[in-house]
Design a binder for this molecule. Structure first.
Ligand code: SAM
Length: 255
């Protein structure tokens, strides 16, 4: 999959994409990345990329022409069709489901704003979609683009080793949170590893993990789970947990 990132700070993106899973995916050719600086496509001695907002007010607004020329160059760099995404607090909030959909595309161009943002006419003409990484405001789109790049790149076939497999990650499959994980030592001043994980009984381990994922999701993100739609086996796991712990996930004492 190919990523192009349009940013006034291209090194920010390339450095973030040099390490870990994304770095390895790039080394193996599963992911390619090119960063584009609109200043390289700006005219005049000062290579100006922003100007004052019409109507007054604070801050600067990114100019149409340098961004348009950059996007034209980025599109022309590869024949594969590209989806252009503007990283914006006003976009749809990024979810794992959207990440999965984006990971199936051949190409993404991620557009990063700075200052007050980008001239609206450029967004209307050139952008297919706006994506937000959360309800807060960053000073630039680079961190958000790095988030999209990481989340999408790690889903490319072969990017994750077995040890990092995405199948049991939070939000995957039926959308529950992941279960807790433990490693050596078995005994530590901070506590013991749950016995079932040492039992070698794979069916019991799978049951325990499922129960933990259900309980965790109810405790931490009840919005992700609708108990009334759970199957019989899941309802039994929750009932077992409630009778063993004398409480509902989330802290309400059992009736
Ligand atoms: N005035 C804009 C607004 O309130 O919608 C915010 C501009 S922000 C200071 C500068 C740039 O950071 C934006 O153009 C956008 O690219 C990026 N940005 C800020 N918050 C973001 C978020 N939550 N998700 C994605 N990108 C964000």
């Amino acid at each position: 999959m190919r990523f192009d990132v349009v940013s006034l700070f291209p090194e920010f993106i390339t450095q973030a994409a040099d390490v870990g899973v994304v770095g390895r995916a790039r080394e193996r050719g599963l992911v390619t990345l090119q960063a584009w600086n609109p200043r390289d496509y700006a005219e005049g001695n000062y290579r100006r990329v922003d100007d004052r907002p019409f109507g007054g007010g604070p801050g600067m607004v990114m100019l149409i022409d340098p961004l348009r020329a950059t996007l034209t160059a980025a599109r022309a760099a590869d024949p594969a069709p590209a989806r252009v995404i503007y990283m914006s607090p006003q976009g749809q909030r990024l979810t794992q489901a959207r990440v999965r959909e984006l990971a199936a595309l051949p190409r993404l161009i991620l557009l990063c704003g700075r200052y007050e943002g980008i001239d609206e006419r450029l967004l209307q003409a050139e952008v297919d979609e706006e994506l937000s990484i959360g309800d807060y405001v960053l000073s630039g789109g680079e961190l958000a683009a790095a988030v999209v790049l990481d989340a999408v790149a790690r889903l490319q076939d072969g990017a994750l080793g077995d040890a990092e497999s995405a199948v049991q990650d939070s939000f995957e499959g039926d959308g529950l949170l992941d279960c807790p994980h433990y490693t050596r030592p078995v005994s530590h001043a901070l506590g013991q590893v749950p016995e079932v994980l040492l039992s070698g009984n794979h069916a019991e381990i799978a049951k325990w993990r499922r129960q933990q994922a259900l309980v965790r999701t109810l405790e931490r993100r009840p919005d992700l789970i609708d108990e009334s739609t759970l199957g019989k086996a899941d309802r039994r796991l929750l009932a077992d947990w409630r009778s063993a712990n004398g409480a509902d996930p989330g802290g309400t004492p059992a009736a």
